[in-house]
Design a protein around this ligand. Sequence first.
Ligand SMILES: NC(=O)c1ccc[n+]([C@@H]2O[C@H](COP(=O)([O-])OP(=O)(O)OC[C@H]3O[C@@H](n4cnc5c(N)ncnc54)[C@H](OP(=O)(O)O)[C@@H]3O)[C@@H](O)[C@H]2O)c1
Length: 278
Amino acid sequence: MAAVTVPTLELPSGPRIPVLGLGTYPLTDAEAERVVAEALAVGYRLVDTAENYRNEAGVGRGLRASGVERGEVFVTTKFNAKWHGEELVARAFERSAERLGLDYVDLLLVHWPNPAQDRYVSAWRGLIALREQGLVRAIGVSNFKPAHLQRLLDETGVAPDVNQVQLNPLVSRAELRAFDARHGIVTQAWSPIGKGGELLEAPVITEVAGRLGRTPAQVVLRWHVQLGNVAIPKTGDPARLRENLDVFGFELTEADMRAIATLDQGEAAAVDSDAFGH
Ligand SMILES: NC(=O)c1ccc[n+]([C@@H]2O[C@H](COP(=O)([O-])OP(=O)(O)OC[C@H]3O[C@@H](n4cnc5c(N)ncnc54)[C@H](OP(=O)(O)O)[C@@H]3O)[C@@H](O)[C@H]2O)c1
């Protein structure tokens, strides 16, 4: 398979984000270095990491080892609850940038809202300032529910470029996706293939996969692409890196999309970001 060119979506801040990228949790620094370089060689141009994954240094080494130009790669990272504060966010950025060995990141996210701490709005103001300084090209949040997003809108008037949430056919988050879409926010899916678990064995998925001569993971990733999500499947396996990227040469029918939608277990199946966070 030749290197794949991944389609992109334009973010409200201007940069374009590839619709499919590489998740890196729970790769170690050493694993991330290898996998990121391999991923870029086969066509990945979006890499997702976080302070919390403790692999930003490895991701940065992988980016440099790949030989791909910095400007061609979209790098996302995220910061933890202890940095929720307007000035603190600048320090979180500096530390991540230093570990990554980069002077800017493409997208910086509030990793979890941590509403009990009630400081995500000031974290958001810190991100707005970083974007104004040109240190981050786009800004966003992760695990934000509509109520959290509404507070950002009400108190700052600035919508995130991206909301990265747990999303796959078992947890398809229709309301959340609709809220994001109404506000121009791109929805990014974590655990896009359900962590490789029962989802990939669901008869609805394996039936479509068999009929199209594709793998279950490819069917699920294609479902994301057709919904307009950005998906970031993680794998440490070279063959799966290619498999997961090879989803731009086939289409699911509307009937396939409807059949896959029946797998949704509702919002209760998602990790509750009012209760969990770090
Ligand atoms: N914002 C957040 O709070 C948050 C939370 C969780 C995750 N994330 C991000 O989202 C990324 C992806 O989520 P995730 O890692 O939870 O789940 P995922 O990408 O849905 O699934 C990853 C699992 O599926 C396996 N896998 C990968 N490709 C496969 C294939 N083609 N066929 C069968 N199995 C396959 C992987 O194993 P192998 O590695 O052995 O292939 C791994 O165990 C993370 O890496 C991280 O970057 C963000």
